[in-house]
Design a protein around this ligand. Sequence first.
Ligand code: CO
Length: 439
Amino acid sequence: MEKNKNPGLTREKQKRTSRREVLRGIAGGITGTAMAGSAFAAADTGSTKIDKTHGYLPPDVPSWSKSLGPGVVTHPYGQPSKFEADVVRRNVDWLTADRIASVSFTPIADIKGIITPSGLVFERHHAGIPDINPDHHRLMIHGLVERPLVLSMSDLMRLPSVSKIHFLECAANGGMEWRGAQMDRAQFTHGMMACCEWTGVMLSTLLQETGAASTATWLLAEGADGAKMSRSIPMAKAMDDAMIVFAQNGEALRPEQGYPLRLLTPGWEGNTSIKWLRRLELGDQPWHHREETSKYTDLMADGQAREFTFVQECNSLITTPCPENPLRAKGKYQIEGLAWSGRGKIKHVDVSVDGGVNWREAKLAGPVFNKAWTRFSLDYDWDGSPALLQSRSMDDTGYVQPTYEQLKQVRGTNSIYHKNAIHTWQLLATGDVVNVQLA
Ligand code: CO
C-alpha cells in the first residue's frame, strides 16, 4: 500500500498543522520562567493576548453572555457543538475500491472516558447499510434445535434484557502497520474500534427458549444485508457471553451498527458480531463461509492460513500525546491512553518514554470492566526533548502485549488481522508526534 495517496489525508494534515502553528504562536509569547512549574502557565499567558484582541475572556463579558440563545427543541435530536466538527469518523479512500464494502475509523484520540458516542463508532460494511423497518424484521432460529422459532422485535423485547460495556474491534484494526509505520494519525492506526454500552438479550437466554440438540457445537449467524454477511460461532461462545443486541448507549442501534438487531461476541473480532441479524442456525460443524476462509484468516510465514482466530488479544494505545494531540509547550502533562483485552480485564499498563528501555506503571484511570476499554494515565513532565512513547498492557490472564519482534516471530508479516504489537509514537522537539515503528 502506498502512503499519502489520499488528498483528504493531506488536507486534514494541513488543517491540523495550521491549527498547531496558531497555538504555537500564542505560546511563543511565553517566557521560560513563566512556564516553569505550572501546567497552566501557557494557557494563562496565551489568554491575555486573545483577551486584548477579542474581549471574550475574563474580566470582559463575551457577546454570548449579553443575548438570548435558541430555545429548547431547536434540535429535537441534539448535536455536538459546531466547534467539535473535527471530531468525526473518517475513511481512507485508497484502502478499499468503494465506500459500499469499506470501513470508517473512530476518532479514537478525541474520545473521553471509555464510551464511544454512537455517531462516532467505526463502520464496517460488506454491502452497505440496509434500511430495515423493524416491523418487517424477524430473527429465525433453526437447525439442531428442539423448537425452531421466528421472533419479531417485540417478541425479543419481552425477554429479560441486560446491559454491558464492551469494546468492539475489527480484526483488521492496525492491519496496515504489519510491514512498517504507514498511517499518520491514531484514528487510522487504531480507530477500527469503539467501546459502548450494549443492551439486549443474552444468547444463552434465547437458546433456552429453543433448546439445543446435544450434537449442536456450532452456530451460524447471518445478517440481512446485501452481502448476507455470515460467520460460524462455537456454541461455547454462544452460551458464554454472546448477546443479541438492540440498543447501544441507551438508544436503539444506529442503522450503520445493525439496526434493529445485531449479534455481539464480546472480545472477539468485530466481524463475528453480525449486524442486521436475521438468522441463527445450529449445527455440528463450522460452515467455512467466505468471510472465514478467503477473508478473516491469518496467513502465516509458511503459507498456511489459520482459521477461526477469534480473540482480540490484549492491546493498548497512547492517545495523548499522539499525532492528533501534540504538546504545545514544555511542562506537566498526563500521558493518557486506552488498553483492552478480548480475554478479560486489564490488570496493568506500563508506559515508556524511551522506546521501551525503561518502564513506569501507569494508573488505571476509571472503571475497569471485562473486555472493555480501560483508560490509563501517567504524570509526565516534558522538558522539550524528543521521546519515543510506548504503552504495554497486561490482562488478568497474565498475557502481556508483545513487541513487534515477538509478534512477527510467531506470525510473520503476511497477516492483515490481529495486530496487537506495542505501538510507538515519536515525540519531536517541536511537540509534534509522528508514527514510527520499533522492533
Ligand atoms: Co481472526
